[in-house]
Design a protein around this ligand. Structure first.
Ligand code: ADE
Length: 226
């Protein structure tokens, strides 16, 4: 998968993609991330990318021209499955949406700043608007990093068998069960007996029961109505 991230702050991505699973995905050639500096597509000598909102009000708005120039230039080079704008008023990012996005070949992620981007770019270029939760970030960069992380780990071949995403929380609309490792007895706090039994059927049944119990207690909204 190729992901082009349009941003005014490419340095914000210096950390998140250089470690662990995302790093390995890139090394294996399964993921290619390109950071695109929006300012390079400004048309005046001050490289202006934002302006005051028509009608007044606080904050600046990203101007349509640099955005359109940047998007035109990318679209002329390849076709994109989705042009995603990260915004708090978008569709909420869920595991189901991550699963769908992980099947894409080419994605553009557009990071807004200030008061957002000119509405005409949303109407004429953006194909999907995504929010990572009901809170307002100071820009789309952190949201884009979250999206890249949870989508990239689902690309076939990125995770090995041991890391498999099949049993992640949310994968079946259930939260994951508790996990334990050595020692068996830590300060008198014991690992549940069944996990030491070697009885794989019983362990599987216990995990499923724990998943249901956790989901009922913590996220009943994930369960189908009774
Ligand atoms: N930009 C600002 N806040 C955001 C959010 N919650 N999700 C996605 N993009 C954003």
């Amino acid at each position: 998968m190729r992901i082009d991230i349009i941003t005014l702050f490419p340095e914000m991505f210096d950390g998140p993609f250089k470690h662990s699973i995302l790093r390995r995905a890139q090394e294996k050639g399964l993921l290619e991330i390109h950071l695109v500096q929006l300012r390079d597509y400004a048309t005046d000598r001050h490289r202006t990318v934002d302006d005051y909102p028509y009608g007044g009000g606080a904050g600046m708005v990203l101007m349509p021209e640099p955005l359109a120039n940047c998007l035109d230039s990318l679209k002329a080079q390849r076709s994109y499955d989705e042009i995603v704008y990260l915004t708090p008023d978008g569709e909420r990012l869920t595991q189901a949406l991550c699963n769908r996005l992980s099947l894409c070949q080419n994605l553009i992620l557009l990071c807004g700043h200030y008061k957002g981007i000119d509405e005409r770019i949303r109407e004429h270029y953006v194909t999907k608007e995504i929010s990572i939760g009901d809170y307002v970030l100071s820009g789309g960069e952190l949201a884009a990093a979250v999206l890249v992380d949870c989508v990239a780990r689902l690309i076939p071949g990125v995770l090995n068998d041991e890391e498999s995403a099949l049993f992640d929380s949310f994968q079946d609309n259930l939260l994951a069960p508790p996990v334990y490792t050595r020692p068996e007895n830590f300060r008198g706090w014991k690992v549940p007996e069944v996990l030491l039994s070697g009885n794989h059927k019983a362990i599987e049944a216990w995990r499923l029961q724990q998943s249901h119990q956790r989901t009922r207690q913590r996220r009943p909204d994930l369960l189908p109505p009774e």
